[in-house]
Design a protein around this ligand. Structure first.
Ligand SMILES: [Zn+2]
Length: 307
């Protein structure tokens, strides 16, 4: 959530954040890499794939040079933790990230690192400004800190709710990565923009409960590290609950979600319209960088199935 780097495009803030990450590199003792096999397999399968090869034809064009070439993958990596944090979320998150490569065409590889950070946080770091850091691939790196998943597990009594929130966070950071890599045009605050990306990714996969719960979580945190350029907790809850419910009004049947979202009904926000506007916008800017559309983009594995 926080994002140091994606917000500023490589300001000095990156460096500080990165000091926290130095123990997470492959070669250092406390950050032993647990699992890259999945990433390697996925990369091998998909790295040189071109959408052209699958018969994809870009819209409104004779098919000249408009085809998105898929030169990059999300490369999930799970690192050992110095704490007793449960690794299930990291494993499920890594599996989810790996399967996104089937749909996403990226210009360069992006590392997705599940590791200790020294604080409960998550962020995207672009390559620019981090060229010497081996943790950061050509397309940057997403960091999902074990400590943050632990915080989710402690906050939510239901592990499915905790994981749904973790999935939202992964998609939020992926949003930052897409803004950077695909040079998506951002109007307004990038943090809100990528919250919208995450809400649409979850919404189109029937996982909107994760958007609402993430909003609830943020609204209940004090000055957590991921509070910087994000909107204030209550505002962010208002947005995320609205977009979650906007995508899936049936969520209001759940008494918890209903109570969280109640204030939105009172204020009369047009949540379905807000959601659909973002859906259309995202479809437009992603274009042929996403194969097969946004529907059911995210598939949870059995063990992490939440509903
Ligand atoms: Zn962010």
């Amino acid at each position: 959530m926080l994002v140091v780097s994606a917000c500023g495009g490589g300001g000095s803030g990156n460096t500080d954040e990165f000091d926290l990450q130095d123990n997470g590199t492959v070669s250092v003792e406390s950050g032993q890499l647990l699992d890259v096999s999945m990433a390697a397999e996925v990369a091998e399968e998909a790295s040189t794939e071109m959408f052209e090869a699958s018969g994809f034809t870009p819209p409104g064009d004779e098919g000249e040079s408009m085809v998105a070439i898929d030169n990059g993958d999300l490369l999930p990596m799970i690192f050992a933790s110095d704490t007793n944090v449960d690794m299930d979320f990291a494993r499920s998150g890594a599996a989810l990230v790996a399967q996104l490569n089937e749909a996403l065409a990226l210009p360069a590889d992006i590392n997705v690192r599940f590791s200790d950070c020294g604080e409960a946080n998550a962020f995207y770091a672009p390559r620019e400004g981090n060229e010497g850091n081996p943790a950061v691939a050509e397309g940057g790196a997403i960091f999902i800190c074990h400590e943050l998943n632990e915080l989710f597990s402690n906050f939510f009594t239901d592990p499915d709710q905790a994981f749904a929130t973790s999935v939202f966070v992964i998609m939020h950071e992926l949003g930052h990565a897409l803004v950077n890599q695909l040079e998506l045009p951002v109007l307004g605050i990038e943090e809100s923009y990528v919250d919208g990306i995450a809400a649409v990714f979850l919404g189109e996969s029937g996982l909107s409960v994760g958007s609402v719960l993430a909003g609830w979580f943020f609204a209940n945190q004090g000055q957590a590290p991921f509070f910087d350029t994000h909107r204030a907790g209550p505002q962010r809850l208002g947005d995320l609950a609205c977009w979650g419910v906007g995508a899936d009004p049936d969520l209001l049947q759940d008494p918890v979600i209903d109570s969280i979202s109640q204030q939105l009904v009172v204020t009369g926000r047009r949540c379905s319209e807000e959601y659909n506007q973002q859906l259309r916008g995202l479809q437009s800017v992603l274009g042929d960088n996403i194969r097969g559309g946004l529907t059911d983009l995210i598939v949870l594995s059995d063990e992490s199935d939440q509903e």
